[in-house]
Design a protein around this ligand. Structure first.
Ligand code: C2E
Ligand code: MG
Ligand code: MG
Ligand code: MG
Length: 292
């Protein structure tokens, strides 16, 4: 009897496994089509300066606009895109679209801010990445310093010397470079000085319990002061509460990004937020002038 159950289980297991493989292959096929049809959309999340209260950057975050499933978050397809190499054309689309959008907002007088784009391992390894980005900038007319490339800590730590070489070439065309999800990898802070980076993004895992965990609070304070001593600005990710915001402000963090200020939203909504931000800044400038 036990043997029978065992073999049945084995059958279930193989059926289940092949169903999974089928589902994966189907998803892969759909993703391939999605690339051809450009079934993607970018949402944007503001990055706010803690001194001025102004939006100084936005991060472009991809969603797959699936014909049946609706908006699929990146966590559900970036991994597959990376494994299949589809991340290369997808990533190219992201860079093109984000730069064109940023230039369009600039033309509408919505101020100057950084457009941050996530670049994954496979893309980073493309020998023509630097040339591709340079061509997109030339085509869209976006200033290189308006484009920020986000690379995760684990990506750059994968092969430090090679990463430094590519980072330097990206820096040489005038881009802003940032390290994403900082604190989750195994790099010591001392490594930071070897990387030509402008910004460091503290991972949301450290921000979450900033008020209750003295360890996390200490880690965040240390990251901020070490980064500052190296001339690197710091952004805290995943800031959801006023208390987290206050802690970060008190501890000299430069910028915040998170639900506390805004969730990632579509281009139309970010356009409104940028316009609002610009109106207030213009108003304060006039106010200062008349007061003098
Ligand atoms: P990431 O680059 O670290 O982006 C931040 C993620 O945190 C985003 O998730 C964002 O929606 C989420 N987030 C922002 N504020 C808060 C908050 O206050 N609380 C919480 N709980 N979450 C917050 P999203 O959009 O689902 O993206 C997930 C990851 O997918 C990104 O992490 C990035 O690694 C990857 N990704 C997104 N877009 C792209 C892309 O165009 N290319 C590549 N290669 N990867 C991308
Ligand atoms: Mg990011
Ligand atoms: Mg991050
Ligand atoms: Mg992340």
């Amino acid at each position: 009897n036990a043997k029978r159950i065992g073999s049945n289980n084995f059958q279930f297991f193989t059926v289940d496994l092949s169903a999974k493989i089928q589902a994966r292959l189907a998803l892969q096929g759909q993703l391939r089509l999605a690339v051809e049809r450009e079934e993607f959309v970018l949402h944007y999340q503001p990055q706010v300066d803690l001194c001025s209260g102004r939006i100084v950057g936005v991060e472009a975050l991809i969603r797959w606009n699936h014909p049946e499933l609706g908006l699929v978050p990146p966590g559900q397809f970036i991994g597959l895109a990376e494994e299949t190499g589809l991340i290369v054309p997808i990533g190219a689309w992201v860079i093109r679209t984000a730069c064109a959008q940023s230039k369009a907002w600039e033309r509408q007088g919505l101020g100057s801010f950084r457009m941050a784009v996530n670049v994954s391992v496979r893309q980073f390894a493309q020998p023509d990445l630097v040339e591709y980005i340079a061509a997109v900038l030339a085509e869209t007319g976006l200033e290189p310093q308006s484009l920020e490339i986000e690379l995760t800590e684990s990506l750059v730590m994968n092969d430090v010397d090679r990463s430094i070489d590519i980072l330097q070439r990206l820096k040489a065309i005038g881009l802003q470079m940032s390290i994403d999800d900082f604190g989750t990898g195994y790099s010591s802070l001392a490594y930071l000085k070897r990387f030509p980076i402008d910004l460091l993004k503290i991972d949301q895992a450290f921000v979450r319990d900033i008020e209750t965990s003295s360890d996390d609070a200490a880690i965040v304070k240390t990251i901020i002061s070490m980064a500052h001593s190296l001339g690197i600005r710091v952004i805290a990710e995943g800031v959801e509460t006023e208390a987290q915001c206050n802690f970060l402000r008190l501890n000299m963090c430069d910028e915040i990004q998170g639900y506390f200020f805004s969730r990632p939203v579509d281009a139309a909504r970010i356009g409104e937020l940028l316009a609002q931000d610009q109106r207030l800044a213009d108003h304060l400038l006039r106010f200062k002038r008349t007061k003098r």
